[in-house]
Design a protein around this ligand. Structure first.
Ligand SMILES: *Cc1c(COP(=O)(O)O)cnc(C)c1O
Length: 417
C-alpha cells in the first residue's frame, strides 16, 4: 500500500519532528479531503486554519494558473504588481497603515518583535525612557523560531533550545493585576493573541486587552496582536481585535492569507513602522507575485461573497449546537470561541484524545489542542449540513465512550463486590 511505503520512507528520511496521523490525502473538493482509496473526509480543521476557502476553489485555482504563466518571483530588489495592491486591501480591513510581507507565521511574528525592539530604540534615542523587555502571555503560541519560541509559553517548546531570545516575561492571561505589576518602563511591547489558539481557544477579556492598550500608551511601548490563527475573517470579523474595539500597534497574519500558498504579513501603524529603515529587515521570498495574487483572490472572494457574515452566522449555529451537546454530556465542561474558531473542553485528556481519534475513524477531521480541548477551525465555506454531521458524530461517540466508561466502572464495582 502506498501509505505504508511512504510511512516507512519518511521514518528513515525525514527529521522526526511530526507525529502524523496515518492517512494519505491526494485531493480535495469544498470542505472534503480525499484519500488514496477515494474516501471523503469532512475537514473541520482546514490544515490548521489555512485552507479557508476549502479545497479546489475556482478563484484560487484561477489565480495560481494565471500568475504561473506570468511571473513567480522577482525578489524585493524590484517592483511587481501585487504587493501594493494587497497591502492596500489589508490596511483597509485592519485599520493599520503599513505592511511587511513574509512567508510564514513565525516569520511575521519575528518581524513584529524586531520592529518593537527597534521602535523602542528610536524612542530612547529621542530621550524617552523605554526598555527592551516583552511581556508575553501564559499559554501563548507565537511560532518556532528563536524569538517566537521565546515568547511562547510552553516550556517544552523553549527549554531544549535555551538560550532563546532574552528579554521576555510571562503574564497570567487575563490577570490585570499581574499585567500591571509586571509592566514598567522596561517594557517595549505586550504580546497578545486576542483569541488564543494553541493555548485552548481562550479569548482575551475586554478589560485585560484595554489595560494592555492603556499601559502601552502610557510609555510608548507597542501592543502586538498575533492574529496568525484568528485573523482574516476566522472569528467573523476581519481581525479578532475588532470584536473589542481596540487597535493594536502591530498585528501578524499568516495561516489563511493565501489559501494554502505560504505567506505571512506583519501590519503596523505609521508610527511603529519608523522602527525599520531600509536594509534593517527583509526576506528573499516575502511578498512574491504568486502569493500576492492568490491572497488578493482570497480577499476578493471573501468580500464578493460577504463571507464575514456567513462565518458569523454559521459559527453561531455551530457554537449553539455544541452548547446543546454540552447539556447532554457532562464530560463537556466548556464551549468557547468566536466565529469558526471554536473549542470544547472535555474533563479528561484521554477522553479528548479518543474522541479525536474516533472522529477520524468516521472520516471527520478535528484536532486536540492543550490536552483537553477539541478544536474546530473549519473552512469558511462550511454549511449547516456539515455542522449537523459533525454534531451527530460527536453525540454518538460521546454516548459510546460514556457507555464504555460506565461499563468499565460497573465491571470494577462487580469485582469489588
Ligand atoms: C500557527 C501560529 C503561529 C506560527 O505560524 P507558522 O506559520 O507555523 O510559523 C504563530 N502564532 C499563532 C497564533 C499561530 O496560530
Amino acid at each position: 500500500m502506498k501509505l505504508a511505503s511512504i510511512q516507512a520512507a519518511e521514518k528513515k528520511l525525514l527529521l522526526q519532528t511530526y507525529e502524523r496521523n496515518p492517512y494519505l490525502f491526494v485531493g480535495g473538493q469544498g470542505v472534503y479531503l480525499h484519500d488514496e482509496e477515494g474516501h471523503d473526509f469532512l475537514d473541520l480543521l482546514s490544515g490548521i486554519g489555512v485552507s479557508a476557502l476549502g479545497y479546489g476553489h475556482p478563484a484560487i485555482e484561477a489565480a495560481i494558473q494565471d500568475q504561473s504563466k506570468r511571473l513567480l518571483h522577482t525578489s524585493n530588489l524590484f517592483y511587481h504588481e501585487g504587493t501594493a495592491n494587497l497591502a492596500l486591501r489589508l490596511t483597509e480591513i485592519s485599520g493599520l497603515d503599513r505592511v511587511f510581507f513574509c512567508n510564514s507565521g513565525t516569520e511575521a511574528w519575528e518581524a513584529a518583535l524586531k520592529l518593537a525592539r527597534s521602535h523602542a530604540r528610536l524612542l530612547r534615542e529621542k530621550g524617552r525612557k523605554i526598555g527592551t523587555t516583552f511581556l508575553a502571555m501564559e499559554h501563548s503560541f507565537h511560532g518556532r523560531t528563536m524569538g517566537s519560541v521565546a515568547t511562547t509559553h510552553k516550556e517544552k517548546y523553549r527549554e531544549p533550545f535555551a538560550p532563546v531570545m532574552p528579554g521576555v516575561e510571562f503574564v497570567r492571561f487575563n490577570d490585570i493585576a499581574d499585567l500591571r505589576a509586571k509592566f514598567s518602563q522596561d517594557i517595549c511591547g505586550i504580546c497578545i493573541e486576542p483569541l488564543q489558539g494553541e493555548g485552548g481557544i481562550h479569548p482575551v477579556s475586554q478589560e485585560f486587552f484595554a489595560a494592555a492598550r492603556e499601559l502601552c500608551d502610557s510609555t510608548g511601548a507597542l501592543l502586538l496582536a498575533d492574529e496568525i490563527q484568528s485573523g482574516l475573517g476566522r472569528t467573523g470579523k476581519w481581525f479578532a481585535y475588532q470584536h473589542y474595539g481596540i487597535l493594536p500597534d502591530i498585528t501578524t497574519l499568516a495561516k489563511p492569507i493565501a489559501g494554502g500558498i505560504p505567506m505571512g504579513a506583519m501590519l503596523c501603524t505609521d508610527e511603529a513602522a519608523l522602527g525599520f529603515t531600509p536594509g534593517q529587515h527583509g526576506t528573499t521570498f516575502g511578498g512574491g507575485p504568486l502569493a500576492c495574487a492568490v491572497a488578493i483572490a482570497v480577499l476578493d472572494t471573501m468580500q464578493r461573497e460577504n463571507m464575514l457574515k456567513h462565518i458569523h452566522d454559521i459559527g453561531e449555529f455551530f457554537k449553539s449546537k455544541l452548547q446543546t451537546l454540552a447539556t447532554h454530556h457532562d464530560c463537556i465542561v466548556d464551549v468557547r470561541g468566536m466565529g469558526l474558531m471554536l473549542g470544547i473542553e472535555l474533563n479528561s485528556a484521554e477522553l479528548a484524545k479518543q474522541v479525536a481519534a474516533k472522529m477520524m475513524e468516521r472520516r471527520i477531521i478535528i484536532n486536540r489542542t492543550s490536552e483537553t480541548v477539541l478544536r474546530f477551525l473549519p473552512p469558511y465555506i462550511l454549511e449547516r449540513k456539515h455542522v449537523e454531521i459533525a454534531i451527530n458524530a460527536l453525540d454518538e461517540i460521546l454516548k459510546d465512550l460514556a457507555a464504555t466508561y460506565a461499563g468499565t466502572a460497573s465491571a470494577g464495582e462487580k469485582s469489588h463486590g
